[in-house]
Design a protein around this ligand. Structure first.
Ligand SMILES: C[S@@+](CC[C@H](N)C(=O)[O-])C[C@H]1O[C@@H](n2cnc3c(N)ncnc32)[C@H](O)[C@@H]1O
Length: 398
């Protein structure tokens, strides 16, 4: 007997659907003629299409468009010539206004379903506001893959193949210059030690006229220099990083003590150290902590701690009180230990920066039930043309 998670035979099952919404990840959501939910990549809300089922589960289908019957107003032809094949982004078929509307709706939907909270009572809105910058030429960080003479490029959509790229419309100009250069090198000859069966990966950070391919990169954020390991974390959209700092950190009232949890190389810490008398920055990646200590060496009021936030909470962080905690965890969000710490500690305000709307919906819901009030929740569009969603949420105690 097949388990409910196994796919059933779907040989050429076709039907017409109209998308009524969008799912986390960007797929259109529709109802099949028998009432089951169907997820369709590249189908926008309001559009109608003939689709073919590619995967059938007990409670839903996944299908692909065979023919678009009614195009939505927000549809456009993708500016990138390899968009159909490349896995680098998945929303170029929608104009930027439609992309941002979808991100707001997806976030509100996750907040209701996963977080069990809405904005109606607190923010008098039905969905978060979206704050955005340039829609192309913004991406400073990329991971390039090489397959010998096939050139450098990105992984193909749903496969491990490499799509060779010499220009990426979402990448920063510095990254595109490198792509162009690498293409020329590849066409000329393979580099020493590299064969077609020995693919290489390159982590690249390009910004402010320079491109870094390994070791340490240095960039300026709002007039301050930050160094970081190219293979460690650093925000991949500098314009939006500056906007976030200006709107959410520099506008803060300040106070006596602030926390920067998951602090990376100390970008947010630097701007907290002005309005707050002292700041504690907690980060677990040794390379990022070393960079943080160098980046903030001129500040006397910062304590830099190398630890997992979960471990720090139960020791140094225990029993203290703070005016503010900035939280910027990886995709998985806050563990139960950290959620408990935040609800059991005397912290007046939380600024929660998240790159995953599902884990942030879960965590914000738990923090509201733990005694915080929702003050604002916005989408900062760090990743135009892709379905990634970055949210920034402010929570306060009475
Ligand atoms: C999304 S990044 C944020 C970095 C920083 N706020 C910035 O804007 O540059 C998340 C950071 O959390 C760190 N990290 C991941 N898990 C951690 C943990 N359990 N405890 C402490 N830091 C962690 C990562 O190394 C990474 O630097």
């Amino acid at each position: 007997m097949k388990s409910s998670r196994q796919s059933h035979n779907t040989t050429r099952v076709r039907y017409e659907v109209s998308a009524h919404g969008a799912a986390f990840g960007g797929d259109g959501v529709a109802r099949a003629p028998d009432g089951r939910v169907v997820f369709v990549p590249m189908l926008l809300p309001g559009e109608r299409a003939l689709v073919e089922v590619v995967e059938r589960k007990a409670r839903f289908d996944r299908a692909q468009i065979v023919e678009l019957l009614t195009a939505g107003e927000g549809r456009r032809s993708a500016p990138c010539p390899v968009y159909e094949r490349c896995g680098g982004c998945n929303m170029q078929h929608a104009d930027i206004g439609t992309q941002r509307e979808i991100k707001a709706r997806v976030t509100a939907d996750l907040d209701r379903r996963v977080g069990a909270f809405s904005y109606q009572d607190t923010l008098n809105a039905t969905a978060p506001q979206v704050v955005g910058g340039a829609e192309f030429g913004y991406r400073n960080r990329v991971r390039l893959h090489s397959a010998g003479s096939a050139g450098f490029g990105f992984r193909a959509r749903s496969s491990h193949d490499i799509v060779p790229i010499s220009f990426c419309p979402i990448a920063a100009p510095e990254v595109n210059e490198l792509l162009n250069e690498l293409g020329a090198v590849q066409r000329g000859s393979l580099r020493a030690g590299q064969t077609e069966r020995d693919p290489v990966e390159l982590s690249v950070y390009g910004a402010q006229g320079r491109v870094f391919r390994a070791g340490t990169a240095t960039v300026e954020v709002l007039g301050f220099e930050f160094s970081f390991p190219v293979d460690g974390f650093f925000q991949s959209n500098l314009e939006m990083t500056e906007m976030l700092i200006r709107e959410e950190i520099l506008s803060l009232e300040g106070g006596s003590h602030a926390l920067d949890l998951y602090a990376g190389c100390g970008v947010f810490t630097r701007f907290l150290a002005g309005p707050f008398a002292s700041v504690t920055a907690v980060e677990s990646h040794p390379g990022s902590v070393a960079a943080q200590r160098l980046n903030l060496a001129d500040l006397q009021n910062v304590t830099s701690v190398e630890a997992r936030v979960e471990d720090w909470c139960g020791k140094e962080g225990f029993g203290r009180s703070y005016d503010l905690a900035v939280l910027d965890p990886p995709r998985a969000g806050l563990s139960g230990t950290v959620q408990q710490y935040l609800t059991n500690t005397d912290i007046k305000r939380l600024l929660y920066v998240s790159c995953d709307p599902a884990s942030s919906a879960r965590d914000v819901g738990a923090l509201i039930r733990g005694g915080y009030n929702l003050r604002s929740r916005r989408v900062f569009d760090f990743y135009p043309q892709s379905s990634h969603i970055e949210t920034v949420t402010v929570l306060e105690r009475e």
